[in-house]
Design a protein around this ligand. Structure first.
Ligand code: PLP
Length: 396
């Protein structure tokens, strides 16, 4: 039997690939220099490794190295993109358009902008999680300065029509930001052909270390103005001060390189495993798949098991690490007690609380898929039987 628990939460984070760890190790010890210390060899070596990583990361999305800003992760990248672009373009207007299913770091950045005098449109999505390009176009006013729509959703895997949105924004002279954290390394991304102005992503979602991410800021056609959110000694072209995380950056670069080299083969394998899991789970009955089955991340599977509480299911199935639709929203002030993404695609509270997200990845095996499917089946059937008993007792 494989190692337990089985990890199926690759949307939350991924393990560091052994090859990535190898690439990082020297920068903790012998090559410990500060990449900004350009008076000596220690600094040069650090700077060189940062340059190499920056080039690999830029290449992966068809950008220029100088258009890549290193951050602490996608949360910071999204904050910098949304708040920084809003601040820098305030004189042109104060309206921003985003969606109801963005990651909370985009959502909360927008909420803060609202408190500071901006107005934000949160576009609804359809039952598959897709934003309507027509609705987006209709929401544009002469005050609109920024559109922020994620490339692929972290809960239901739905892929948005990013190219179409990018083209429309470019034609209207509006900045287009996309949170591509779940997409880079899994889907081909090209900031040129997709007309992207700002793009956020993170190392730890693609087998790199935590605490390092990137923000792409377009430098020409047009040159995008963003106000720095972290001031200091002027690192990263003045966009993000602070001593660079050299080991993290070296690891991120290696992780991106591996993802680019292996994406096609890896996606095919994971896609097949995901479909195998989906098939087995649907056989349980009373189960539905969420998201857009055609335009969906190959590693994503969100399933609603009717009449079964997801938190209970996860407690009883603690040898399979998955995530419930109720996660991440507990601090929210609104009255929605379950995932606002599931709410946005039309699931009611019961369905939302009966939803499990599976995220497959590089180290998922067929054996693990079958194990997870069997475990879920037995727990779901058991839970339903118990609910039935309670229900019948109430009847008496
Ligand atoms: C994980 C994730 C983030 C946050 O990334 P961090 O690097 O953990 O800050 C943002 N957006 C999406 C879509 C994510 O999946």
């Amino acid at each position: 039997m494989q190692n337990l628990p089985v990890y199926m939460d690759y949307h939350a984070t991924t393990p560091v690939d052994a090859r990535v760890l190898d690439a990082m190790m020297p920068f903790f010890s012998e090559h410990f220099g500060n990449a900004a210390s350009l008076q000596h060899r220690f600094g040069w070596i650090a700077k060189e490794s940062v340059d190499i990583a920056r080039k690999k990361i830029a290449d992966a999305i068809n950008a220029q190295p100088k258009e890549i800003i290193f951050t602490s992760g996608a949360t910071e990248s999204n904050n910098c993109a949304v708040k920084g672009a809003a601040e820098a373009n305030r004189s042109k207007g104060n309206h921003i358009i985003t969606t109801q299913i963005e990651h909370s770091c985009v959502m909360e950045s927008c909420r803060r902008l609202e408190r500071n005098g901006f107005s934000v449109t949160y576009l609804p999505v359809d039952a598959f999680g897709n934003v309507s390009v027509d609705k987006l176009a209709n929401a544009i006013t002469d005050k609109t300065i920024l559109v922020s729509v994620m490339t692929a959703n972290n809960e239901i895997g739905t892929i948005q029509p990013v190219s179409t949105i990018g083209k429309m924004c470019a034609a209207r002279g509006i900045l287009f930001h996309t949170d591509a954290t779940q997409a880079v390394g899994r889907l081909p991304i090209d900031v040129e052909t997709m007309n992207i102005h700002l793009l956020s992503f993170s190392s730890h979602k693609m087998y790199g270390p935590k605490g390092i991410g990137a923000l792409y800021i377009r430098s020409k056609n047009p040159r995008v103005a963003v106000t720095a959110q972290i001031d200091g000694a002027g690192h990263e072209y003045g966009m993000r001060s602070g001593t660079l995380n050299v080991a993290g950056i070296a690891g991120f670069g290696k992780a991106v390189q591996i993802a680019m080299e292996e994406m096609d083969v890896e996606n095919e394998r994971i896609f097949r495993l995901r479909n195998r899991l989906q098939e087995q789970l649907l056989k349980i009955g009373g189960a539905t798949v969420n998201g857009n089955c055609a335009e969906r991340l190959p590693n994503n599977l969100s399933v609603t098991f009717n009449g079964v509480n997801a938190d209970q299911l996860m407690t009883e199935m603690n040898d399979v690490a998955v995530s419930a639709g109720s996660a991440c929203t507990s601090e929210e002030t609104g009255d929605i007690q379950y995932s606002r993404v599931l709410h946005a695609i039309g699931l009611d509270e019961n369905a939302g609380k009966s939803t499990i997200r599976f995220g497959l990845g590089r180290f998922t095996t067929e054996e693990e898929v079958d194990y997870a499917a069997n475990r879920i089946q037995s727990v779901v059937v058991q839970r339903r039987e118990q609910t039935e008993v309670v229900y019948n007792e109430h009847q008496i």
